[in-house]
Every structure is written in structure tokens, then in C-alpha cells.
Ligand binder design. Structure first.
Ligand code: NAD
Ligand code: UDP
Length: 326
């Protein structure tokens, strides 16, 4: 008789958030036992509620800056716990910094104690307002350490430093630098560009463009991002440096607004609002490392991902897209 392999147990800190909820679902579909640990600061129980039908899934409410509860044997730890949208991470900047520094310290210590693989959700924000374009992993970045984004940017940079110190001490650490990601389950209230524009278009409000709208971003659909994160966790040997994950197709914010207006009937013209301090002028990942080491490239084009996201928001908010046209 062939012995059955024990299920691997995966901890997803920040698992009730936007990316985390998709990651939990994909891990369960791949046969893992999944523990979602979350304080529900910016995540919502409703994102993971449907997954509770799966016997391999559990939710633990806990704060990563505090001593962590005993979770039993763990094989893999994904650390996604951090607010991610500028309004949310600036709402309590000291807590954002502590989440990224103390929270990462606590989860790395857990990985070390358990002999578990550890994956850190870092960010393109470690490049700040970049002076090199597109951004490869060996670019050290251009971050204002005194500005309102520093709690997040510098918190994530400190978290990376902790990760590489633990890697040098023998823990199996992987670092993903995630670029702007969008899709179903985004929080309609957290102020990010894709959710803002779609919700505004669906509810017949003017689209808000900060500054000239000529700043650029490169948008990755969430299923592509989750595939990249899982590929990075699985690859052997572990990459010795961070790996950019994102979609290299770059758009101005005005071009994004035009795509949303074309997609949603009755979308209103945009209004211009002030540009936030230190808003990066351009951002596009160089993904050569992810392609070479993981064999990974994003597959979902923006038009297709925006349509899926708009359909989800329309259902979620109980709005017929055509209603906005009335
Ligand atoms: P999100 O805000 O939807 O999810 C973050 C989750 O972490 C939430 O469920 C929140 O409640 C939880 N959390 C926050 N602070 C916590 C704490 N102190 N203790 C326990 N739980 C806590 O954000 P997201 O978009 O899903 O991002 C997930 C991760 O990916 C974050 O680390 C973020 O920095 C990173 N990231 C995201 C993007 C993006 O475009 N979405 C881009 C770059 C990096
Ligand atoms: N932005 C905008 N209107 C909005 C929300 C954001 O013009 O309603 C701009 C924002 O100034 C930035 C870009 O869109 O230039 C992406 O913003 P987001 O907050 O989604 O992500 P980040 O700035 O962290 O990349």
C-alpha cells in the first residue's frame, strides 16, 4: 500500500486581505492545509468566509506585532500582513512601521523555530520614486525617509533587511517585490486607483485623478500574482535575492481611466484632485529574474482583468453596470 503523504500546513499572515484571500483559496485548491492569521485591520472576514467550508482551512485572529499564538507544525509561512493602500497605511503610520518591522521579526522567528519556508510580501515601493526605469531588483531605490509614505516604504525595506539577515542565519527565506495588483475582493473603500475608478464609474460619480494623470503604473491581475507567489515559494534552490512580481505593461493613470470609461456605460468624466506628496512618477517591473528563475510571466491583459474586476464590483455592490448610465 502506498503511504499517503502528510498534507503540508501553510500559514498565511494577512490571509483575509485582498491578495491573501486569493492565495488561501489557491493553496487549498492545491491540497494544502491553510491557517489564515489576520487582525482584520484592513482585511474582512467575508473574503475568507466561503473558504471555511473546507476542512483544511482555519482562521486565527491575531496581531503580528504581538507574541504569536501556538499554531502547531508549519511547513510554509507567507507574510502578507500589512495595510497596502496609501490612505490605509498612512492612517496609523507608526503601527504600519511596527507591523512591517516587529511583525516580520515575529514571523521570521516562527519560521526559524519551525524550520519552515518563509515568503515575504515586499513591494515596488522599496524603489520609492524611481530614477531607473523599468526597475530591476538590483536598483537600490529612491525613497524619502521623512515623508508620509516612509512608514510603509521604509517599513518594507527594514523588513527585507530582516529577511536577508535571517537567510544568512540559515532560514529558507524568499522575498517577492509585488507591483500594483488588482482584481475581485479589493476593498472598495481603501482608496486604490483601480477600485476607486471602477466604483466611481459604477455609481455615477466623477472619476478622481490625482495630479495630471501622466504618472504611470503597471497593473497585475491577482490570479497572476498568486501564481507568482506560489512559484516563488516552490522553487528550488531558493533565489538568493528578491524577485519582482508584476505585469510589465505600463499605463498612465489617464489611460487607465479611459479604459474604465470605455468598459462601464455611463461613467462620468474625471475630476482633478491634488497629487499626494512623494507619489511615484513612474513604475514598471523588470521581470527578467522571475521569468528565468520561476518560468513565470503574467497572463491576464489589463482589459480582461478590468472587466472581471468591474463585473465582481457590480455584483458585490448590487449594481447593474447599466444603471450608472441612467
Ligand atoms: P490588504 O490590506 O487587503 O491585506 C493585508 C492584510 O493584512 C489584511 O487582511 C489586514 O487585516 C492584515 N494585517 C494588516 N496589519 C496586520 C497586523 N498588524 N497583524 C495582523 N494582520 C494584519 O492588502 P493586499 O493588497 O492584500 O496586500 C497584501 C500584501 O502585499 C501586503 O503586505 C502589501 O504590502 C503587499 N503588496 C500589495 C500590493 C498590491 O498592489 N495589492 C503591492 C505591493 C505589495
Ligand atoms: N490615484 C488617482 N486617483 C485615485 C487613486 C489613486 O489618480 O482615486 C493615483 C495615485 O496618485 C497614484 C496612482 O493612482 O499615482 C496609483 O495609486 P494607488 O494608491 O493605487 O497605488 P500606489 O500609489 O501605491 O502605486
Amino acid at each position: 500500500m502506498t503511504p499517503t503523504l502528510p498534507l503540508r500546513t501553510v500559514l498565511v499572515a494577512g490571509g483575509a486581505g485582498f491578495i491573501g484571500s486569493h492565495l488561501c483559496e489557491a493553496l487549498l485548491a492545491g491540497g494544502a492545509r491553510v491557517i489564515c492569521l489576520d487582525s482584520f485591520l484592513t482585511g474582512r472576514r467575508e473574503t475568507v468566509q466561503p473558504l471555511l467550508n473546507n476542512r483544511g482551512f482555519s482562521v486565527v485572529q491575531a496581531e503580528v506585532t504581538e507574541p504569536l499564538p501556538d499554531l502547531g507544525r508549519l511547513d510554509e509561512i507567507y507574510n502578507l500582513a500589512s495595510p497596502a493602500s496609501p490612505p490605509r497605511y498612512q492612517a496609523d503610520p507608526v503601527h504600519t512601521m511596527m507591523t512591517n518591522v516587529i511583525g516580520t521579526r515575529n514571523l521570521l522567528a516562527l519560521a526559524r523555530a519551525q524550520g519552515a519556508r518563509y515568503l515575504q510580501a515586499s513591494t515596488s515601493e522599496v524603489y520609492g520614486d524611481p530614477e531607473q526605469h523599468p526597475q530591476p531588483e538590483d536598483y537600490w531605490g529612491h525613497v524619502n525617509c521623512t515623508g508620509p509614505r516612509a512608514c510603509y516604504d521604509e517599513g518594507k525595506r527594514a523588513a527585507e533587511a530582516l529577511c536577508w539577515d535571517h537567510a544568512r542565519m540559515g532560514t529558507d527565506v524568499r522575498v517577492a517585490r509585488i507591483f500594483n495588483t488588482y482584481g475581485p475582493q479589493m476593498d472598495p473603500e481603501d482608496g486604490r486607483i483601480v477600485s476607486n475608478l471602477i466604483v466611481q464609474a459604477l455609481t455615477g460619480r466623477p472619476l478622481t485623478i490625482y495630479g495630471s494623470g501622466t504618472q504611470t503604473r503597471s497593473f497585475c491581475y491577482v490570479t497572476d500574482m498568486v501564481a507568482g507567489l506560489m512559484a516563488l515559494m516552490a522553487v528550488d534552490p531558493r533565489p538568493e535575492g528578491p524577485v519582482n512580481l508584476g505585469n510589465p505593461f505600463e499605463f498612465t493613470i489617464l489611460e487607465l481611466a479611459e479604459q474604465v470609461q470605455a468598459l462601464i456605460p455611463g461613467a462620468l468624466p474625471h475630476q482633478t484632485l491634488p497629487l499626494p506628496q512623494d507619489d511615484p512618477k513612474m513604475r514598471r517591473p523588470d521581470i527578467a529574474r522571475a521569468q528565468a528563475l520561476l518560468g513565470w510571466s503574467p497572463e491576464v491583459p489589463l482589459a480582461q482583468g478590468l472587466k472581471a474586476t468591474a463585473d465582481w464590483f457590480a455584483r458585490h455592490l448590487g449594481i447593474e453596470p447599466a444603471e450608472a448610465a441612467k
